[in-house]
Design a protein around this ligand. Structure first.
Ligand code: B16
Ligand code: MG
Length: 218
């Protein structure tokens, strides 16, 4: 494939492993509500918004709550989650990512974050990665989160690219769907069983250069 002009990275699960913190915080909330919630349920929460995540958990037990209580539960979970992410440092950037991003910079590629998270800016600051990206599109900047393609389309527009000039990296099924709906090439990072709709699935970025990756896509 030709060299993409713009490389769009999901944040949670691609740049840093924050899914464990989301899970721990949701689990604590579910336990407090006596709703059975296990790690196996967590895959469906990846990439989707905070509100959608809470709805999925409440639906596990056909639980209904008022609008006010719903907001209160989201805030509670987010408070716990923010305590976890406050411990993040550059050491938590996933293996292989710094070298991969550096190579892209040398190539003159545009680098974009496309995340559903409203905490993305905090996380990037803790990781000291804010300056690395040309545009950051996150949950505070979109009306519809993944699997809606809005986050990736906005990311492309922010750096003056068309969909065909972009490649997206995603760890969630909802994110792969969003990238494909945006008409972008998508690389899944994780397991083939969940990310099978991606154009290519890789385990990680360890020992992988942009050139290796593009060869695999051919
Ligand atoms: P927040 P990503 C997503 O981030 C997470 O994968 C998902 O589990 C989370 O519910 C969502 O952000 C919203 O996060 O509560 O921090 O706004 O994978 O799109 O970078
Ligand atoms: Mg993700």
């Amino acid at each position: 494939m030709h060299i993409p002009k713009t490389w769009i990275f999901d944040l949670d699960g691609v740049i840093v492993e924050t899914a464990q913190f989301h899970f721990k915080s949701w689990k604590r909330l579910a336990d407090s509500l006596d709703i059975p919630f296990e790690e196996s349920h967590n895959e469906a929460l990846k990439g989707v918004s905070r509100a959608k995540s809470l709805q999925i958990i409440l639906d596990l037990d056909e639980r209904q709550v008022s609008e006010k209580e719903f907001q209160h539960l989201m805030d509670k979970k987010n408070g716990w989650y923010q305590n976890y992410i406050a411990e993040l440092s550059p050491d938590d950037i996933l293996d292989g990512i710094p070298a991969f991003l550096n190579k892209l910079k040398e190539m003159g590629a545009k680098l974009v974050i496309g995340s559903s998270s409203k905490n993305a800016q905090y996380i990037l600051d803790y990781l000291q990665l804010t300056e690395t990206f040309d545009a950051i599109i996150d949950g505070t900047k979109v009306k519809k989160t993944k699997p809606n393609p809005e986050v990736f389309l906005k990311g492309a527009r922010a750096v003056g690219s068309e969909s065909e000039e972009c490649i997206v990296f995603e760890d969630a099924e909802s994110g792969v769907e969003a990238a494909k709906r945006a008409n972008m090439v998508c690389v899944g990072v994780g397991g083939e069983e969940v990310l099978g709709e991606a154009d290519l699935v890789v385990d990680s970025f360890v020992d992988m250069s942009p050139k290796d990756l593009l060869e695999k896509l051919n």
